[in-house]
Design a protein. Structure first.
Lengths: 112, 115
């Protein structure tokens, strides 16, 4: 039972580079989300999706794009990396509202 | 703007102590409050609370919600070194036009339990 799988686990980027963080879940969950976690700030919602083809912005969406072409996958794209995007990124999925969210193991991203 | 505040931000105790972690919130369209434990990597689910005054319990951990005073507490009795972690509180709210339950997290409480 894989749950929520994120790749890569670690990544170093140069300022201005682009990349995609992958997230896949095998639980047939409708809801998927991306969060970033910075020291002293908890987790902040970047983008979320309530189903294939439907996405929306969270609290801190600038500099990130998402798409949801399938139920299983929810990639997060950094268009032009900036040092302020250095963070730990978590993908989460849940069956629906008022159900627990399951988190991936995180991607530690450093932008130099 | 939805806001969730946890206190204390960090706590150091010895094995066997009892700890109380606090979570207060100011949100619109409250749905539920969740507690997570985060050790080295992914947060893992502890409790979901939707009704005031009903205690949820799992082993040495328990939690209760007060929807009138807008707070929740997480109690850990007889702490062990394995309880050392970041404890995250999150409040689920309606996110407008969809039925999506948006989570707003507090800053977390870092608990360190010494032998």
């Amino acid at each position: 039972n894989a749950g929520v799988t994120q790749t890569p686990k670690f990544q170093v980027l140069k300022t201005g580079q682009s990349m995609t963080l992958q997230c896949a879940q095998d639980m047939n969950h409708e809801y998927m989300s991306w969060y970033r976690q910075d020291p002293g700030m908890g987790l902040r919602l970047i983008h979320y999706s309530v189903g294939a083809g439907i996405t929306d912005q969270g609290e801190v969406p600038n500099g990130y794009n998402v798409s949801r072409s399938t139920t299983e996958d929810f990639p997060l794209r950094l268009l032009s990396a900036a040092p302020s995007q250095t963070s730990v990124y978590f993908c989460a999925s849940s069956y629906g509202d008022s159900t627990e969210a399951f988190f991936g193991q995180g991607t530690r991203l450093t932008v130099v | 703007e939805d806001k969730v505040v946890q206190s204390p931000l960090s706590l150091v105790v010895h094995e066997g102590d009892t700890v109380t972690l606090n979570c207060s919130y100011e949100v619109t369209n409250f749905r539920s409050l969740l507690w997570y434990k985060q050790e080295k990597k992914a947060p893992t689910f502890l409790f979901m609370l939707t009704s005031s005054g009903i205690e949820k319990k799992s082993g040495r951990l328990s939690s209760i919600l007060d929807k009138k005073e807008l707070f929740s507490i997480l109690n850990i009795t007889a702490t062990q070194t394995g309880d050392s972690a970041i404890y995250l509180c999150a409040v689920e709210t309606n996110a407008g036009g969809t039925s999506y339950g948006k989570l707003t997290f507090g800053q977390g409480t870092i608990l360190t339990v010494h032998p």
